[in-house]
Design a protein around this ligand. Sequence first.
Ligand code: ADP
Ligand code: MG
Ligand code: ZN
Length: 559
Amino acid sequence: MYNLEAVLKKYFGYDNFRKGQKEIIDSVVNGRDVVGIMPTGAGKSLCFQIPAIIFSGITIVVSPLISLMKDQVDSLREQGIEATYINSTLSEMEYMERIQGISVGDYKLVYIAPERLESEGFCRMLNQVEVSFVAIDEAHCISQWAHDFRPSYKKIGDFIKGFSKRPVVGAYTATATEKVKEDIVKLLELNCPKVYVTGFDRENLFFSVLRGEDNQNYILSYIEGHKEDTGIIYTATRRETESIYNFLLKHGIKAGLYHAGLSDREREEWQNRFAYDDIDVMVATNAFGMGIDKHNIKFVIHNNMPKNLEAYYQEAGRAGRDGGKSECILLFNARDVQLQSFFIEQSDLPQYRKEYEYEKLREMVDYCYTSKCLRKYILEYFGDTVDYEECENCGNCLDEGEFRDITLEAQKIFSCIYRMRERYGSGMVVDVLRGSQNKKLLSAGLNKLSTYGIMPEYSKRDLMNVINKLVADGYLKLTNDGYPVVKLTAKAVQVLKSKARVTMKVAKVKKAIKADNQLFNLLRTIRKQISEEEKVPPYIVFGDSSLKEMSEYMPINKE
Ligand code: ADP
Ligand code: MG
Ligand code: ZN
């Protein structure tokens, strides 16, 4: 019939299909609904573009990424494939022309934004032309359980039902959670679909988590050590984006910035400058990304821990789309846990959803603290079966860690929180434990507690790290009483009664580090310096003392 390899070569210039592509395309062209679950950068687009070329009728691609439509359509046209898009950026004139073109069969592919489906007239028009295939890109957006739920995706089911001859339907996403998968099949009313889940591994990406770095200086020295490379620095807040951007500029780095506080025009300008290699590094919040299709990104550094692994893997996965070796580094600091818990608590999600988000946050934090293979951790999180213990290609596999018992420390902390009647934030708890002279503490009479000053030998940041780990592991919880207040859970009570023990993973630096890894040589030096200078207690993970900074965007720890 048709030779898929020949189509691939002729239109896209590639010699071989990547994992999963051929199977998905094969099913679609044989009239079977599909769900294609592949990681970011794996090549999902081809899985609907090639069927579109083969089918006799039109293929409709529903995509939430307005900013990408034009690029995708332009490059398809360059490859000789008739494509167009319909979204809110069109003038009335352009819109009419394209509708006209669709109705006379000028196009093989039509990209549409989901909001279009809210217009009945538009749907009716499409129902009257021959549509062979409807592809839903970023199909997880249909699920309330997904990280970027779009209400307008809910219209897709009805839209498909409106056709007198039902087209083949394909759903594509990088999100593999069971709940999302079920929603996709159910809400799109897929017809006995073939579900393809390719492995989530991105072999060319090197993952590492570094704890307690001085982030700005780390980022600067990393960039200076990788002068030839392009990368993204993700931060949690606009303010941090600005501050890192300014810091890098001051040091002569060609950086750009991107966050939701900039005007559309500014954002577009930065995005273009990044796309055309006019700047080397983009400093951005998570607002940057959905629409980027840049292939030569060599590193993605997270200045903060994201809210969950889906978000992390998607953002980090923007590195190395060209298949070249790239690095994904997460700079973890204690305050990130509190910040993310606070975001969840502040959100207007219903309680059962908050709990779900907390669960995912816990797994994200575990990723940051694990001393086992990071790749294995990620892949298993996404449901892959991994038959090795060490990938030999992540920070932890080139490092080694161990568990330490911290039961005694945990008991001290819990009893202090108990004596403070569970009414304060973690900053105040730390101050009481260390015996600080903080005025608010003194005026509240907290210096009279029997737990005042029982842990003077610890630095603020180390204690903060332990508390955050205890939150992450469910011994403590943060409630929102206008500001985050730490409270004990039943699990902590067991520890207080000496019925359970607490352990914590601690990273240690391996003696023999693979010499070819520049980053790890650098990392080793930095870690060594920290531990020598600060005499870090052996069971405490390196942390940072960003309490002051945190207090600027959270009503917590004000001194
Ligand atoms: P996804 O949507 O899964 O994140 P894309 O469809 O944007 O990924 O594809 C990522 C990159 O991989 C694109 O640059 C694309 O051209 C390239 N690509 C896709 N399939 C192949 C292939 N079979 N061979 C080589 N490159 C490919
Ligand atoms: Mg895509
Ligand atoms: Zn590994």
